[in-house]
Design a protein around this ligand. Structure first.
Ligand SMILES: Cc1ncc(COP(=O)(O)O)c(C=O)c1O
Ligand SMILES: N[C@H](C=O)CCC(=O)O
Length: 424
């Protein structure tokens, strides 16, 4: 049994042995100030820190924990899988089952390859697109985030935006020479040197920015006209927004998809997939190389299958209804407090902006962050026992474990914090 400790003490020890004390930058609280809380355990919608303080968790690991923490069916599946051996380097039946589950849900996605992170999924999808088209250029949208691979960090949202980084040191100019960054919600000119356009179909790494009507179809048409491939990065939207993800929700079918988060049930698992002719460019069938020692890991596939088994149409209806109720509560609490704010909602996704008008692109998201209200908002909520991600560009992640009573607590806490902020 470990000695009792504190967040401060653990953070000091962490900083001595890990850069910034964390294994992913936003967790360090750098943009909001203060000391990160170290989670001791979680259950359903709650987490407890090492000091025994309980928080209603709207971070939910930035998306994977759609069923809340330590869901008994996922725990049971992982325990059973662990007892059978945790990794083999040979194919297993659950990899087939998970690939069948994903391709069965996502119309047009005929084949998938499992990987271990959303970063790998996006990096590999772009590589396949380049291999399939024989072209180099990649178009992406300012404020979207596609993981931390060299070529996709430019103009990124999430932690890149939170820390105010133009991109990243250590990325050679050559690695981004073929990356073109354009504003979200504008269909760009797509030249015939473009291999692919990669987009978050609902942007969720610059706060929540819905696609404008016609934007996704416009991208589809422009890609078709130029012979480029369209990639939907559904690492957040996949299996959260709808059973078939954003492509089903909007009725626009890309050539390639990136998935992550929910499909791993809380374990490191992601996937990229797409049309058979494109996916068959991959080794061992084709010339595009991609591989992974832990890809399709037996524990992760067990957790993913258990997670997806609980996500039927009814689950999405339920989550959508709860999110709509939460969003309405938040909007009226913020308005009652006299705080200028927007609460964008897309189905099961919700965010908060400090803005007078709906936000449609990164410039609007940045203006919200630049109000400087977010750190006090986040810490005010934390003091009232509600945890939201410590970055102004992250969204809220209510899940199926958040019942009405818990969501009412969130609305009350937001109302109280908003009054303080409005009073200055
Ligand atoms: C849309 C999107 N794409 C890709 C990624 C990268 O995934 P990961 O953090 O698993 O590498 C993330 C989240 O981090 C994401 O939100
Ligand atoms: N917004 C990111 C993914 O969705 C957050 C993950 C991270 O940076 O740790």
């Amino acid at each position: 049994m470990a000695e009792p400790t504190t967040n401060e003490a653990l953070y000091a020890r962490a900083c001595a042995v890990t850069p910034g004390g964390v294994n992913s930058p936003v967790r360090a609280f750098r943009s909001v100030g203060g000391t990160p809380y170290f989670v001791a355990r979680g259950e359903g919608p709650w987490v407890w820190d090492v000091e025994g303080r309980r928080y209603l968790d709207l971070v939910q690991s930035y998306g994977p924990a759609i069923h809340g923490h330590a869901h008994p069916r996922i725990v049971e599946a992982v325990q059973a899988a662990a007892g059978e051996g945790s990794t083999f380097g040979a194919p297993t039946e659950r990899e087939v089952l998970l690939a069948e589950e994903i391709t069965g849900r996502v119309h047009g996605c005929e084949q998938v390859r499992l990987v271990s992170s959303g970063t790998e999924a996006c990096m590999s999808a772009v590589r396949v697109a380049r291999g399939a088209t024989g072209r180099s250029r990649v178009v992406l949208f300012e404020g979207c985030y596609h993981g931390h691979s060299d070529g996709l960090l430019a103009g990124g949202g999430s932690g890149v935006a939170t820390l105010g980084l133009p991109a990243s040191a250590g990325v050679p100019a050559a690695a981004v020479a073929d990356t073109l960054v354009v504003p979200y919600n504008t269909v760009p000119e797509i030249g015939e040197d473009v291999a692919c356009v990669i987009v978050e179909p609902v942007a969720a790494n610059m706060g929540l920015v819905p696609p404008a009507p016609g934007f996704l179809q416009g991208l589809r048409d422009a890609c078709d006209a130029a012979g480029a491939l369209l990639i939907f990065d559904e690492v957040i939207t996949g299996f959260r927004l709808a059973r078939g993800g954003a492509s089903a929700f909007y009725g626009v079918t890309p050539d390639l998809w990136c998935f992550g988060k929910v499909i791993g049930g809380g374990l490191p698992l992601a996937a990229f997939g797409g049309r058979r002719d494109v996916m068959e460019q991959l080794a061992p069938l084709g010339p595009v190389y991609q591989a992974g020692t832990l890809s399709g890991n037996p524990l992760a596939t067990a957790a993913g299958l258990a997670s997806l088994a609980m996500l039927d149409d009814g689950a999405y209806e339920e989550l959508g209804a709860r999110v709509a109720r939460l969003a309405a509560g938040l909007a009226s609490a913020l308005a009652a407090a006299g705080l200028t704010a927007q609460v964008p909602v897309v189905g099961t996704l919700v965010g908060v902006f400090f803005a007078g008008e709906p936000v449609t692109d990164y410039a609007g998201a940045k203006a919200s962050a630049d109000t400087g209200l977010f750190p006090a908002f986040m810490h005010g909520l934390l003091q009232r026992g509600v945890a939201v991600a410590p970055g102004a560009y992250e969204i809220l992640f209510p899940g199926l474990a958040h019942g009405d009573a818990e969501l009412d607590l969130v609305v009350d806490a937001v109302g109280a914090v908003a009054k303080e902020l409005a009073a200055g």
